[in-house]
Ligand binder design. Structure first.
Ligand SMILES: NC(=O)c1ccc[n+]([C@@H]2O[C@H](COP(=O)([O-])OP(=O)(O)OC[C@H]3O[C@@H](n4cnc5c(N)ncnc54)[C@H](OP(=O)(O)O)[C@@H]3O)[C@@H](O)[C@H]2O)c1
Length: 429
């Protein structure tokens, strides 16, 4: 008789409960694909009495997650607690130290400690799998590690946070401001009570740093991701972007060029016909550009019980089949420590929005500031006045980023400019 793969599951929240449901609902199918049954033998969460809508009959309960690492009835540990450190990290370390494979959906932990964990896994010849950590149900880790393995990857980017995409999509569809949509998203359970990891771009930065390591054969450099979120986006920006043929998205972008690594999370204007511009609501999308395969586009549900648990179970199927490889495709020792590419010299087009006093001569002041910084304007519109202020929206020709920032500083210094100018990148690839 074939031996079952026995799972110790830490965390029975959205994703953990989803894993139990899939392994029960699709038990036969999963067993066929895995070559043997995959069964949960032990679980751990904080509150034993909580009804999770799943049956835990015949499954051992442990109060200390770390205990899963050393139980005799556990072959593989699945960490679904979350958090970069604390009990999740303790469990991950103990699991690998106990010579057991580890599956996790924890992007925060991987962004901060992924190399250490990968090194431990490699030394012990163990799988460490994390498909669910980036873009939930979308198999982008497999896509990069396996499907695109023949290619030199030059760029990886996309929408990796469903909460931000949901907020921006609703702001556009309903003409609402950011605060109103955020409050509603929180009431509906689409945004956390403390939404800062999502809306300030940190969650996307975690995922981006993992993708960049995989894509470019580089060491994870989470601290090197410049993260900007969506708090400052006004409904006026969304409307102006639409009038110009763009949609605003929170884009995580990583590029490797000339031996340097560029990583940034920022709101950007995306041409309306670009596949990521048509990715609406809570969907995620990831684009990978390879030298032989060209552009690969992945889209799907980046979060939620079903999609995320689906990715976790896919990792378990791989492990059941004996798939062991370095977690970041090549051994940690071979990953390059790429220097960070400076943003100042990057070239692109930019969207600028300013609120200005509605009086003669103001536009001439703005254009003089741009001229003095060496930035030329592709289009400029002055829109409806509110009281004594007018809104000026400009799109630059391709310019050096540092020059655009310089021109904004000059403009902001003018007494005619009221409020904080807004600058956004235009995605031209
Ligand atoms: N939700 C998603 O759509 C999604 C998508 C991709 C990745 N992820 C990642 O998946 C992981 C889990 O996310 P989730 O949404 O399922 O979180 P969640 O709903 O908050 O569940 C967390 C679980 O961990 C348990 N827990 C917390 N502290 C614990 C401790 N000290 N010891 C043992 N158990 C503990 C909780 O127990 P109680 O239930 O008793 O409180 C709960 O069952 C995170 O790393 C997250 O980033 C989630």
């Amino acid at each position: 008789m074939v031996k079952s793969l026995r799972i110790g599951l830490a965390g029975l929240g959205n994703v953990g409960a989803g894993v139990v449901k899939i392994l029960s609902a699709n038990a036969e199918l999963v067993a066929k694909r895995a070559g043997r049954p995959i069964v949960v033998t032990a679980v751990c969460a904080r509150d034993r009495s909580r009804d999770r809508g799943i049956s835990l009959d015949g499954i051992a309960w442990v109060d200390d997650a770390a205990e899963l690492a050393t139980r005799d009835d556990v072959d593989v540990v699945v960490e679904l607690i979350g958090g970069s450190d604390g009990p999740a990290l303790t469990l991950a370390r103990r699991t690998l130290a106990a010579s057991k494979p580890l599956v996790t959906a924890n992007k925060a932990m991987l962004a901060h400690h992924g190399l250490e964990l990968a090194q431990s896994a490699e030394k012990a010849g163990l799988p460490l799998k994390y498909e669910a950590a980036v873009a939930g149900g979308i198999p982008v880790i497999k896509g990069l590690a396996e499907g695109a393995a023949a290619n030199r990857i030059t760029r990886v980017y996309g929408l990796m946070n469903g909460t931000c995409n949901y907020i921006l999509s609703r702001m556009e569809a309903e003409g609402l401001d950011f605060g109103t949509v955020l409050a509603d998203a929180q009431a509906l359970g689409f945004a956390e009570a403390d939404p800062s990891f999502d809306i300030d771009g940190i969650d996307t930065a975690h995922k981006l740093s993992i993708l960049a390591a995989l894509a470019f054969g580089a060491r994870i450099d989470f601290a090197g991701v410049a993260a900007h979120g969506i708090r400052a986006i006004a409904s006026a920006d969304i409307a102006q972007a639409a009038a110009l043929g763009f949609r605003i998205k929170l884009v995580g972008l990583a590029e490797a060029e000339d031996g340097q690594l560029f990583q940034r999370v920022h709101p950007a204007l995306v041409p309306i016909d670009h596949p990521i511009a048509t990715t609406m609501g809570s969907l995620n999308a990831v684009v990978v550009e390879g030298d032989f395969v060209g552009r690969l586009f992945f889209q799907g549900r980046g979060a939620g019980e079903g999609p995320t648990a689906s990715a976790v179970v896919a990792d378990l199927v791989d492990i059941a089949r004996g798939d062991v490889r370095p977690p970041f495709v090549m051994p940690v020792a071979d990953l390059a420590a790429l220097p960070r590419a400076p943003a100042a010299d990057r070239r692109g087009r930019y969207y600028l929005r300013l609120s200005v006093a509605d009086r003669a001569g103001v536009l001439a002041e703005l254009t003089a500031a741009l001229r003095d910084s060496g930035v030329s304007i592709e289009s400029l519109v002055q829109r409806g006045t509110t009281g004594s202020d007018a809104m000026v929206v400009m799109v630059t020709h391709e310019a050096r980023e540092a020059d655009v920032i310089d021109s904004l500083a000059r403009m902001a210094a003018s007494p005619a400019v009221t409020g904080q100018p807004v600058m956004m990148h235009i995605l031209d690839f």
